[in-house]
Design a protein around this ligand. Structure first.
Ligand code: ADP
Ligand code: ZN
Ligand code: ZN
Length: 732
C-alpha cells in the first residue's frame, strides 16, 4: 500500500480522447479494470473505470479531486480485455471512455454491483398440479399462469412469464399467498444432456475440420468459403465441441438474432449445452447475468450479434463469425466498429483461431487469403448432392407487366403453386410505393428535413420517410396545383403482396419485412409458419435472404435488380452479388432442385453476366481486379470525416481548419472533398464529408490519431456534429 495519495487514470463515458486523473487515498486499493465513483463536471456521481494507477500526473496535484468510492473489489475488466478495448479505441479513433462503457451492460455502467441475484423459477406446488381447468374461473389471469406452469413442469422464470399478455405481478402474488405455486432456486450452469447421435461429416467438411484442428492452440484466421447448404454450421459445431471439451469457451457471432433459433437448437441437440446469448433483445438483468457467466468462464458457448464481440471471456478458445460478409457487423453510428475485423484482432491478441464463414466472402477476406494472411477452406458441394439453383435473367424491356411482375415470372409462380412448392419473391423495399407524385404538375411528396421522397404505407395510411422515420398524413390533393389524388409510382412489398393476392386468389401469401415483424417474437412465428409449409408465396426484404432453411422453397424471384447496378457506391456491386447468392441459396435446399429468376432491364450488364454464368468466385476475382486497378479497398484504406449542422458557414470553417491541420503533415495520404454527402440533408441538417485514403495502414492510423486529437481541440469543431469513420462501409 502506498504511503501517500496516488493517481488513478480514469476513463469516463464522455466523447473526449483522454483519461482523467484523480487522487486515490493510500487505503483505497485500486487496480486497472475496477470501477470507481467520481465527481466529474457538474455530475457528482459519475461511474468511471480505472485504466492505470501511477504516481505521476501532468496536472497540479492540489487541483485534483479524490476518488469518491471504489465500486469493485476486484477488476471488473481483465487486463487482457482492457488491452483489447484500448486497441479498438486507438484503431477506430474513438474515445476510450465511450468504448469501455459501451462494452459494459447498462446495469454495470450505472454502477450496480457485478453480481446477479441467484435466479429462481416458479413451479406448481403439490395440489395445484392436479387442479381442474375450471377452477379459478373468476381469476382468468391466475388460471393462465397455472396453465403455463402445468405445461412446464421444470419451472418458469420471471423472464419467461413476461411473454404473458398481462401484468403477471398481482396474480402471481395471489397464487403464492394461496400456496399454489412455489419458488425454486435456479442453477445457472448448463447441465449437459447426452448429445443426440452426431452427424457424420462428409469428406469436404472433415478436411476443413482437420485443417483447422491442427492449429486449435494458436492464432489462425480461416476463411470457410462454403456454398449455402454445404454444411458450414456442422463444421462450426465440430470445432466448438473440441474447444468446449478442452474446457475453453467459444464465441460465435451471427448477423441477426432472427436467425439464431435454428442454430441454437442444433448446438443444443448436438453438444448438449445451450449457448449463452448476448443480443439487443435481452432485458438488462438478463444481459448482466449472461455477461457475468461469460466473464466467469461458466458459459461454454457465447452466441450473439455484433455487440457480443465485447463479451469478456475467461478462457477464450475459438471465435466464429458466421456470414462474415454481412453489413450488420459494422456499427453505422456512434462508435463505428466492425465486429468481424475486431474478431480477427481479438483472436490474434488471445492467440486463438478465428473462423470467418460465408457463401459470399467479402473482398477484404478474399484479399487476406491472397495475401497469405488467412487459410482458405472451401466447401463446394451442397449436402444432398443438390447443386445451387441456376440463375436465369428475365429481360423486362418492352414487356407487358402485371404490377412488378413479368409474365414469365407469373407463369413460374403458377407452376410452383400447382406442385405445392413455396415461392420467395425478393424485393428490398418495404411499404406500398416509394414515390407519390402529382400527375398534373409533377410535384413529389417528400420529407422536408431529408429532401427525399416519402414512401406510401397503405396499411398505416401514412407517408413515411425511411431515413428519419417521420410520418405524415396522406395528402388527398396536390399542395401545388390542387389536383385531386396523387399517383403511386413504383412497388414496395405491400403493393407486391396486394397484386399477388389479385393474381393468385387461392394462395397463402406472407409478407416478411421490418413492418410485419416489428413485434417481438413475430419473426419467429412467421418463420415457423413457413417451415411448417403453411404459406405458399413469401414476399420478403433482405430479412429473409439470410440463413433460413425452408424445405419446401423451390422458386426464388428477384423483382428488381436495376437499383444495384447503377450506384455511386463502389461497394454496391459486391453487395448486389452477395444478396443474389444469399437469396438464391434459399431455393431447392432439400430434394427438388430450385430455380432463381432475376428480373432486369439490363440483362447484358457484364457484372450480371459474370455472376450468372460463372458464379460468385469468378465474379469476386473480376471485382478484386477492378478494385486493384482503381486503388480502392482492400488495396487501400479509407477513413471518412463526416460533419453535420444547420448552417453551411459552420461546416465550411470546420473543414477549412481540418484540412489546414491535415496538410501540414500529409505524406502518402490522399484526400477528397469536402463534398456534400450522398444524402446531403438528413433530419434538417446539412451533411458534408471528407474522404481520406492511404496505402499503408499503420502510418494511416498514426496520422488519423494525431489529426483527431487536434480536431477535438478546435473551436470550430464544437459548432458541428462530427465523426470519423475508419474503414467506412457505407458512404451515406
Ligand atoms: P450451411 O451452414 O453451409 O448453409 P448447414 O450446416 O446448415 O449448411 O447444412 C445444411 C443442411 O445439411 C442442414 O440441414 C444440416 O443438418 C445438413 N447437413 C450438414 N452436414 C451434413 C452431413 N455431413 N450429413 C448429413 N447432413 C448434413
Ligand atoms: Zn400538382
Ligand atoms: Zn426525413
Amino acid at each position: 500500500m502506498p504511503a501517500s495519495p496516488y493517481i488513478a487514470q480514469v476513463a469516463l463515458p464522455v466523447p473526449l480522447r483522454r483519461t482523467f486523473d484523480y487522487l486515490a487515498a493510500p487505503e483505497t486499493d485500486l487496480s486497472p479494470g475496477m470501477r470507481v465513483r467520481v465527481a466529474f463536471g457538474r455530475k457528482l456521481k459519475q461511474v468511471g473505470l480505472v485504466i492505470n494507477v501511477t504516481d505521476k500526473t501532468a496536472l497540479d496535484r492540489k487541483k485534483l479531486k479524490y476518488i469518491d468510492k471504489r465500486l469493485d473489489s476486484e477488476a471488473l475488466v481483465s487486463r487482457a480485455h482492457l488491452h483489447f478495448l484500448q486497441w479498438s479505441s486507438d484503431y477506430y479513433q474513438h474515445p476510450l471512455g465511450e468504448v469501455v462503457f459501451g462494452a459494459l451492460p447498462a446495469l454495470l455502467r450505472q454502477g450496480r454491483p457485478a453480481r446477479t441475484k441467484t435466479g429462481f423459477r416458479w413451479q406448481l406446488s403439490g395440489e395445484a398440479k392436479a387442479l381442474a381447468t375450471d377452477a379459478l374461473k373468476r381469476a382468468p389471469n391466475q388460471r393462465r399462469i397455472i396453465e403455463l406452469l402445468q405445461a412446464h413442469p421444470q419451472g418458469v422464470t420471471d423472464e419467461e412469464l413476461r411473454s404473458l399478455p398481462f401484468n403477471f405481478a398481482a396474480p402471481l402474488k395471489a397464487l403464492q399467498q394461496k400456496s399454489m405455486i412455489k419458488k425454486t432456486a435456479l442453477d445457472n450452469r448448463a447441465r449437459p444432456t447426452p448429445p443426440a447421435r452426431a452427424i457424420r461429416l462428409n469428406t469436404e467438411q472433415a478436411a476443413a475440420v482437420d485443417a483447422i484442428e491442427k492449429n486449435l492452440h494458436g492464432y489462425q484466421c480461416v476463411l470457410l468459403d462454403g456454398v449455402t447448404g454445404s454444411g458450414k454450421t456442422e463444421v462450426y459445431i465440430d470445432l466448438i465441441r473440441q474447444v468446449v471439451e478442452s474446457g475453453q469457451q467459444a464465441l460465435v457471432l451471427v448477423p441477426e438474432i432472427g436467425l439464431t433459433p435454428q442454430f441454437i437448437s442444433r448446438l443444443q441437440q448436438q453438444l448438449g449445452t445451450a449457448p449463452v446469448l448476448l443480443h439487443s433483445a435481452l432485458s438488462e438483468s438478463e444481459r448482466l447475468k449472461n455477461w457475468l457467466l461469460a466473464r466467469a468462464g461458466k458459459a461454454a458457448i457465447v452466441l450473439g450479434t455484433r455487440s457480443a464481440i465485447w463479451t469478456p471471456l475467461q478462457r477464450p478458445g475459438l471465435i466464429i463469425v458466421d456470414e462474415e460478409h454481412d453489413l450488420s457487423y459494422k456499427q453505422q453510428d456512434g462508435f463505428r466498429y466492425s465486429a468481424r475485423d475486431l474478431a480477427v484482432l481479438r483472436a490474434k491478441l488471445a492467440d486463438i483461431p478465428v473462423v470467418l464463414g460465408s457463401a459470399t466472402p467479402s473482398m477484404e477476406s478474399l484479399h487476406n487469403v491472397n495475401a497469405g494472411k488467412s487459410l482458405h477452406l472451401r466447401l463446394g458441394k451442397r449436402i444432398g448432392a443438390l447443386r445451387p439453383p441456376p440463375l436465369k435473367l428475365i429481360n423486362l424491356r418492352a414487356q407487358a407487366m402485371s404490377g412488378a411482375l413479368s409474365r414469365e415470372l407469373i407463369q413460374a409462380i403458377d407452376a410452383a403453386l400447382r406442385h405445392e412448392k413455396q415461392i420467395l419473391l425478393f424485393l428490398n423495399r418495404r411499404g406500398f410505393s416509394p414515390i407519390m407524385l402529382c400527375h398534373q404538375c409533377g410535384w413529389v411528396a417528400h420529407c422536408e428535413r431529408c429532401e427525399i421522397p416519402l414512401t406510401y404505407h397503405k396499411h398505416k395510411n401514412k407517408m413515411l420517410c425511411h431515413h428519419c422515420a417521420s410520418r405524415r398524413p396522406v395528402l388527398r390533393a396536390c399542395p401545388e396545383c390542387g389536383q385531386d389524388g396523387l399517383l403511386l409510382v413504383g412497388h414496395g412489398t405491400e403493393r407486391l403482396t396486394e397484386s399477388l393476392a389479385a393474381i393468385f386468389p387461392g394462395a397463402r401469401i406472407l409478407r416478411i419485412d421490418r413492418d410485419s415483424t416489428r413485434r417481438r417474437g413475430s419473426m419467429q412465428a412467421l418463420v415457423d409458419t413457413i417451415t411448417a409449409g403453411a404459406a405458399d408465396i413469401l414476399v420478403g426484404t433482405q430479412m429473409l435472404a439470410k440463413g433460413h432453411h425452408f424445405p419446401k422453397l423451390t422458386l426464388v424471384g428477384i423483382i428488381d435488380t436495376d437499383q444495384g447496378l447503377f450506384s455511386a457506391d463502389f461497394r454496391a456491386s459486391e453487395r448486389m452479388a452477395q444478396l443474389f447468392i444469399q437469396v438464391s441459396g434459399r431455393a431447392g435446399r432439400t430434394t427438388t432442385p430450385g430455380t432463381v429468376l432475376v428480373q432486369t432491364h439490363y440483362p447484358e450488364h457484364p457484372l450480371l453476366q459474370t455472376l450468372i454464368h460463372h458464379g460468385y468466385a469468378k465474379f469476386a476475382r473480376a471485382l478484386l481486379k477492378e478494385r486493384k486497378g482503381a486503388g480502392l479497398p482492400p488495396f487501400s484504406y479509407l477513413a471518412l470525416l463526416r460533419a453535420e449542422t444547420k448552417r453551411v458557414e459552420m461546416i465550411e470553417s470546420f473543414f477549412a481548419d481540418a484540412i489546414r491541420i491535415l496538410d501540414k503533415n500529409r505524406h502518402g495520404l490522399a484526400r477528397y472533398g469536402p463534398i456534400p454527402a450522398p444524402m446531403a440533408k438528413r433530419s434538417g441538417r446539412l451533411r458534408y464529408q471528407l474522404l481520406l485514403q492511404s496505402k499503408e495502414r499503420s502510418r494511416f492510423k498514426r496520422h488519423l490519431g494525431d489529426w483527431c486529437r487536434q480536431l477535438e481541440a478546435l473551436p470550430s469543431a464544437k459548432r458541428v456534429r462530427w465523426s470519423l469513420d475508419v474503414d467506412p462501409q457505407d458512404m451515406l
